[in-house]
Write a protein that binds this ligand. Structure first.
Ligand SMILES: Nc1nc2c(c(=O)[nH]1)N[C@H]1C(S)=C(S)[C@@H](COP(=O)(O)OP(=O)(O)OC[C@H]3O[C@@H](n4cnc5c(=O)[nH]c(N)nc54)[C@H](O)[C@@H]3O)O[C@H]1N2
Ligand SMILES: Nc1nc2c(c(=O)[nH]1)N[C@H]1C(S)=C(S)[C@@H](COP(=O)(O)OP(=O)(O)OC[C@H]3O[C@@H](n4cnc5c(=O)[nH]c(N)nc54)[C@H](O)[C@@H]3O)O[C@H]1N2
Ligand SMILES: [Mo]
Length: 741
């Protein structure tokens, strides 16, 4: 049998023989298919699958909690396993209340609208009284806090619904200034799926049109070949942006009319820019030693930006570091000074390349959604503060103008995420993780997180269940057929939670009396009605099953979307939803919070770890980007089997390598005071001297291994919020040393 299915990395064909996935092939309509599914046959049937419900021996026998990660597991039959888990959940909620249950459960899980692990776990926990949740994402947590203060619009809405689409950029942009690049490697994936991979193709078009594309960041490879590379030290972008702004201000290249009509607070920012408030004019010469970019290069770029249609783009990675609020806010100020916000192909935009859907323009069509219900518990944490939450119960912390205390968590339920891949400072997380009384994880594979749980329920993968594939940022609709039976005794998350809900007397609330197949039809029917209301006909469920997939007629061709065009046209008549109705260069709201790590207008704040604070013990800046060959830590067990694939590859500059007598292919130890991992060196001048890059995604090793064997960079990263405002993930703020092994 051959069928098409969808995934976060796109659609692909699957060959099935004797109830096994034997091969995958690209989807015919995808111009640049991802190679990620190549490994799927090995991964789905890998020996690292969780076969049966498993209990950590120490927990099962004596509720002992210090052995997480180092213990053996006992397999039990499903009924008994669900009984024990339900009784434990019941005990915790009765003894400590639902505020003692952490169900934030961050992670990407798999595509598919019904069997979406987060929706399932949240709905379940809501039916039994609620859980402590988490706000935003590791991807854009900091931006989601700061950017609404600046533009008034939720950050992701800005990315997906407002900012210029590729068509508009291709038509109008003359200079594309990309902080952190725009990397087709990253746009291979999108939450819920990206069917046509178009980013690389757009850059071919830009090149044909003679667009000048400048990649500003530590790695040449962050943008397609043919783009200029302006190497800049990680963490220093705000200084560079300030220097560009200084040139605009002092060479009279600022659009004062735009500033007057559409912004507020330039008068508060300008004295800082000119050094009147701190004695430090933010000149290109001031910035040069901070950024590593020559002053003349900055002047030339500023003049070019002021005299051509210029779009500034900012990669999400820039806010995944300490003070990540600043380059995001400052990019908006710089764009405002240029006065091109609201003109097609000009202004500023975020996350192009981060995710396949950004830059595409479709008519809005609501999605297929399974209701998570209402959470009676209002307590939440900023998502990346999970480690702090476990370490500091009852202690106060700041977040975006509010002061709260961390809850005292007794039980953690995680489904569809891998914190021992994604969280920073994993050795510290491992310590903190020993504190809760019980940890339950649903997982298809024995990940580092599953190995550190007390109860592991084996979950199916999307290939083992029927689902609907649909993303709001894509123009395809899929019936995702069940391709193979569940591997070993795996069950769908839905079935697992239905079993727990039943034991807790909430079967009806959770299932509403429906089986998964019935839910699919109910959800699809609602979606079909909504689509019809929007003028889009989609086939009946049975017809979609038969067809396998359809392309929806929702594409917007030609230049079609310009960020804040109506606002520019008429700032009084179409104000932004900020307190002033304008773009906030100075925010009285933020100023009122009184945060020294995020004051009332953008400022240069050096991170605690960057090349400016390099020491003999940790002289290199580590960036840990997303892996090109997979999604985060998914499919990792099969990839790690490939001869020579592990440990992960770390990119290092020839001069840094020579000093350490490292050559390409050498095994190295990467280390700092927080931890150490192995990696395999690749010497390349595609990276700025002083910077090394090790992608995320290797599975974190077992406790007791001092040097993480496969190369997970999060043994090295710092677990600290971006600032009291955003409290986002600061993974890119890390210094390390490297030695040959
Ligand atoms: N150093 C550093 N760290 C980072 C980042 C960085 O840039 N640098 N980036 C951060 C970012 S942006 C992100 S988004 C995170 C990503 O971190 P995660 O989203 O946690 O990573 P994934 O590997 O996608 O984890 C998903 C897990 O869900 C499991 N899964 C898949 N399908 C199902 C299912 O149907 N049911 C269940 N129960 N489980 C399923 C997978 O096997 C996998 O273990 O990493 C963050 N960490
Ligand atoms: N193939 C694949 N694609 C993915 C993912 C994946 O796991 N695999 N994950 C997806 C997810 S969840 C997300 S959130 C997005 C993330 O998308 P991004 O945040 O854009 O991606 P990253 O790979 O973290 O970082 C991109 C580049 O930023 C540069 N960089 C790091 N720090 C700085 C800095 O301070 N200044 C400048 N100028 N550049 C810097 C690094 O050189 C790095 O290669 O990617 C998505 N795409
Ligand atoms: Mo992400």
């Amino acid at each position: 049998m051959t069928k098409v299915t969808s995934s976060h990395w796109g659609a692909f064909e699957v060959d099935v023989r004797d109830e096994r996935i034997v091969a995958t092939r690209p989807f015919a309509e995808d111009p640049h298919p991802s190679a990620i599914p190549d490994i799927l046959p090995q991964a789905v049937h890998h020996r690292s699958r969780v076969s049966r419900p498993s209990f950590r021996r120490g927990w099962l026998e004596s509720r002992e909690r210090t052995g997480r990660g180092g213990d053996t597991f006992v397999e039990l039959p499903w009924d008994e396993a669900l009984d024990i888990a339900a009784a434990e959940i019941d005990r915790v909620r009765k003894a400590h209340g639902n505020e003692a249950i952490f169900g934030g459960s961050y992670g990407w899980g798999s595509a598919g609208r019904f069997h979406h692990a987060q929706s399932q776990v949240h709905r379940f926990l809501n039916t039994i009284g609620g859980y402590v949740s988490s706000f935003a994402s590791y991807s854009t947590g900091c931006a989601q806090a700061i950017m609404p203060h600046v533009f008034g619009v939720p950050f992701l809405q800005l990315n997906y619904e407002h900012q210029d689409g590729w068509h508009t950029i291709a038509e109008h942009t003359e200079t594309l200034v990309m902080f952190g690049g725009v990397n087709p490697k990253n746009s291979q994936v999108s939450m819920g799926g990206v069917t046509r991979h178009e980013t690389a193709g757009w850059f071919e078009t830009f090149a044909e049109k003679g667009m000048r594309c400048v990649n500003i960041g530590p790695q040449r490879t962050d943008a397609p070949d043919g783009c200029e590379w302006m190497a800049v030290r990680p963490g220093s972008d705000t200084a560079l942006m300030l220097a560009l702004a200084y040139v605009l201000e002092t060479e009279n290249l600022v659009d004062r009319d735009f500033l007057g009509r559409c912004t507020t607070g330039y008068d508060r920012f300008r004295p800082y820019l000119l050094g009147e408030t701190d004695g430090l004019p933010k000149t290109p010469d001031w910035a040069a030693p901070l950024t590593g970019v020559a002053a003349d290069t900055v002047r030339e770029l500023a003049r070019r930006m002021a005299t051509t249609r210029t779009l500034i783009t900012v990669a999400w990675s820039l806010q995944r570091g300490e003070h990540g609020e600043q380059p995001f806010w400052m990019s908006a100020v710089l764009a405002a000074m240029l006065g091109q916000i609201g003109l097609p192909g000009g202004g500023v935009g975020y996350g192009y390349g981060a995710i396949g859907g950004v830059g595409k323009s479709f008519k809005g069509l609501r999605g297929v959604t399974f209701s998570q219900g209402q959470n009676p518990v209002t307590k939440f944490i900023p998502v990346a503060r999970a480690g702090d939450m476990l370490r500091r119960p009852g202690e106060a912390y700041d977040f975006n103008g509010r002061r709260d205390t961390y809850p005292d968590i007794r039980l953690i339920y995680w489904a569809g995420g891998n914190p021992f891949h994604h969280h920073q400072d994993l050795n510290a997380l491992h310590e903190a993780w020993q504190k809760p009384e019980t940890i339950i994880v649903n997982e298809p594979w024995w990940t580092a997180t599953a190995k550190r749980a007390d109860i592991v329920f084996p979950a199916t993968t999307p290939y083992e269940r029927e689902d609907i594939g649909r993303s709001n940022f894509d123009d395809y609709l899929f019936h995702m057929p069940q391709l193979i039976p569940p591997v070993a005794e795996a069950r769908d998350d839905y079935q697992i939670f239905a079993g727990l809900a039943e034991r807790l007397g909430k079967a009806q609330e959770f299932t509403e009396g429906r089986r998964a197949g019935e839910w699919l039809r109910v959800l699809y029917h609602a979606y079909q009605g909504m689509a019809r209301d929007e003028g889009v006909e989609v086939p009946d469920y049975e017809a979609l099953q038969e067809k396998n997939w359809v392309r929806l007629p929702i594409q917007m061709e030609g230049p079609n979307r310009t960020l804040f065009a109506p606002f520019r046209e008429d700032p009084e008549g179409a104000p932004l939803p900020t307190p002033s109705g304008k773009i906030e260069i100075f925010s009285a709201t933020i100023d009122g919070f009184g945060y020294d790590d995020c004051p009332g207008h953008p400022v240069w704040l050096p991170p605690s770890e960057w090349l400016g604070t390099a020491t003999a013990a940790a002289p290199l800046h580590l960036v840990s980007p997303q892996p090109g060959d997979k999604l985060h830590s998914q499919l990792e067990s099969a990839l790690a089997d490939v001869e020579g694939a592990r440990p992960e590859t770390i990119v290092i500059h020839p001069k840094d390598a020579a000093r350490r007598e490292i050559t390409t292919g050498d095994l190295v130890r990467v280390f700092n005071a927080r931890g150490a991992c192995r990696a395999r060196a690749r010497v390349s001048d595609d990276i700025l001297q002083g910077v090394v890059a090790l992608p995320t995604g290797a599975w974190f090793g077992d406790p007791g291994t001092n040097v993480d064997p496969d190369g997970n960079p999060n043994v090295l990263t710092r677990d600290v919020g971006t600032s009291r405002l955003g409290q986002g993930c600061s993974a890119h703020t890390t210094l390390v040393e490297i030695a040959r092994l």
